[in-house]
Design a protein. Sequence first.
Length: 405
Amino acid sequence: MADVIVIGGGAAGMAAAIAAASCGDHVIVLERMDRVGKKILATGNGRCNLMNMGARRYPGGTALANRVLDLCGAGEQTRFWHYLGLRMRQEDGGRVYPISGMASTVLDCLRLTMDALQVETITGVHVDGLHPSKRGWTVMSGEQKWRAARVIVAGGGCAQPKLGSDGSTWSLLTPLGHTLVKPAPALTQIITDTAPIRGLSGIRARCEVRITRGMQEKYREAGELLFADYGVTGVCVMQCARYAAPGDTLHMDLTRAMGFNGKEDFLRELQRRRKVWAVRPQSELLTGLCVPKLAQALCQAAGLNGMQRAVCANLTGTQLERLAAMAADFQLMVKGVKGFDNAQVTAGGIASHEFDPVTLRSTMAEGVHAAGEVIDVDGDCGGFNLMFAFGSGILAGLDGRQAPW
């Protein structure tokens, strides 16, 4: 019989295993994939954005995320990583990466520390049952059984199922009385009407993006947008995805991508060009401001036709106003968002208020904890999701004890 069984060998599960084993517990990790930590290798474009030193950004499960990080935030996690031998560096936006710039370094530190602490790791295990027993809990996988005094459920949500997160561990907690908040893909691409952006795939623009439904603004974010065959992506778009639904409108202020501060600033430049470029073709009006394909798309959307045959002097004030308005508020109808296969994280999960923030113990079942994405907590891009995963995993593993680092 083990002291602790950890279900899931991802970020939260490995941190939990190390924390518990560091306190002297006999720990078994059960992982459904053929090896632990696969999802870690895919984070931060293979660089692994471990945490963020800036203001916290958790649109889902805000209260629990804040309490967990009050107890095990950047300072405590930095000490944890130094204990494992990892050194880090901070980059723009408060993002923290391993100093090697490689996610494999992070996984090596976790995996080798688990080995040194004699954590028993069993891969290829799909846990399908969790049952109370006399001295704790019995964990089931088909005919196989493991027993432990404590169980930490850290099997993730259902984002990127090919890397091991399929949402199956939610079904271990709901029979114990826990509530499942409806899961949805977050930090993913937005699918839109493609007619206005045909031919723009691969073009990038730094702009402000807004999501509206009718007259109500649901969310806005600024950053780099990337046009695609299906719609749009980029960090600013992915931040908006959890708020986007079919029938909503996605707005882009592309004047900022061209170096202007909104519609009026851009309009003054168009008026100047009409005057000083009077005899030049209208098709050259946006030269130097954006790539030709984007210029063509903006002009078409503004209803400026026949630009190859006319000169800039012939542009009317109304036409320039329309073009400036279109650039400041280029709109696409939202058709949906990409699914869990593409999402970086899951919004939803087991209700966050059903866990003690100090130990991540279940308030429904004695001796059961949860950590990471299995809980209804999701953060923005920038290391926030891994930061919560590691923080909650450490607290669950420690279970109120003093950390040795």
